[in-house]
Design a protein around this ligand. Structure first.
Ligand code: 3Y8
Ligand code: NAP
Length: 252
């Protein structure tokens, strides 16, 4: 009997949840619980970490999960690594539902960097008005460059004071549109964007607006994730679900 754990937190995960609900799949949607007022899902939901690889293994056994779909964000590398490890040991089928990384159009003015620290390094030497569109978890690294003005976009209001003297935060939960992001860039007279190469549709509006306005972008590459099966479309995931090897006989 197929029982699915869907590791969510992206636009693609929400779309896949609808497709699974439409076919009456026995599936549980999992959020980390990173934000308040999480978007609802048409599946049973669980919220919060599993307690590392061992906690996830226990959960797979307790819930008799036969298939895990990792539809987490490309920067949720720890969750993805834990899913690879736990499914391997427990003999549970795993498939990632991952969106392509963004690649530049001719008019894009992108500087690709490998990680957050490299993005800080790549900031201009002269004071600049920066849209720091990387969320909340990695802001501390930019405290080293207080000379810039930072516009932040957070899902929830920042609990503690921001780690730099010149900053403003807008509170918004995407997906975003090109026109609203263009208005944001113009209102705050943004001269540079720092963003993650998240891929997908929900976060790319700011890059399309930047291209139209001729604003340069520092784009952070995705972290490495251990090898696993990857599907790029909902149909490919559903095909895998229907044809993946039956769950290996698991010891009691
Ligand atoms: C908690 C679920 C859906 C999913 C929507 C996508 C699109 C909108 C764009 C910008 C970039 C950023 C951030 C972003 C986007 C989607 C998608 C995406 C980027 C929610 C969500 C959760 C999170 C966690 C949150 C992080 C933060 C990252 C903001 C829900 C809304 C910057 C990533 O305050 C915090 O701690 C926020 C943390 C991880 C990155 C960070 O390091 O701060 N996402 N985002 C999920 C959970 O608890 O499991 O709240 O309902 C989901 C979405 N965020 O259902 O339609 O699919 O990518 N999310 C990035 O890509 O750069 C915003 O502002 O332009
Ligand atoms: P992460 O760094 O890869 O994971 C840190 C820990 O958070 C994991 O080890 C796990 O805790 C828990 N966790 C992460 N995703 C989970 C999920 N879907 N269900 C249950 N537990 C989860 O993750 P992150 O980057 O903080 O992302 C957290 C959530 O936000 C994910 O759902 C992700 O899809 C979403 N998101 C992240 C980004 C981003 O930029 N990172 C962007 C958009 C959406 P335990 O070790 O205790 O099991």
């Amino acid at each position: 009997m197929t029982r699915i754990l869907l590791l969510g937190g992206t636009t693609e995960a929400s779309r896949l949840a609808n497709a699974l609900a439409a076919r009456g799949a026995d599936a549980i949607f999992s959020y980390a619980g990173r934000t308040h007022a999480l978007a609802g899902q048409p599946l049973a939901m669980r919220v919060g970490g599993f307690g590392g690889v061992d906690g996830l293994r226990q959960y797979l056994r307790d819930e008799k999960i036969t298939h895990v779909i990792d539809a987490t964000h490309p920067f949720a590398a720890q969750m993805s690594a834990h899913a690879v490890a736990a499914c391997q040991v427990e003999g549970v089928e795993l498939c990632a539902f991952e969106r392509e990384a963004w690649s530049p159009a001719p008019a894009d003015r992108w500087t690709r960097v490998t990680d957050i620290a490299a993005a800080v390094e790549a900031l201009p030497k002269t004071p600049t008005r920066v849209f720091l569109a990387i969320g909340r978890q990695n802001l501390q690294a930019f405290a080293a460059r207080p000379e810039h003005f930072y516009l932040l976009r957070l899902v929830d209001a920042a609990p503690d004071p921001l780690p730099f003297p010149q900053a403003e935060a807008v509170i918004a939960r995407g997906p975003f549109t090109e026109e609203s992001d263009r208005a944001l860039l113009e209102t705050y007279r943004i001269e540079l964007i720092v963003a993650k190469n998240s891929g997908g549709e929900g976060a790319r509006a700011k890059l399309d607006a930047a291209r139209k306005l001729g604003i340069p972008v520092i784009l952070i590459d995705r972290p490495a994730i251990p090898p696993r099966r990857v599907a790029g479309t909902i149909d490919a995931v559903l095909h895998w679900l229907d044809h993946a090897a039956p769950p290996a006989e698991r010891g009691v």
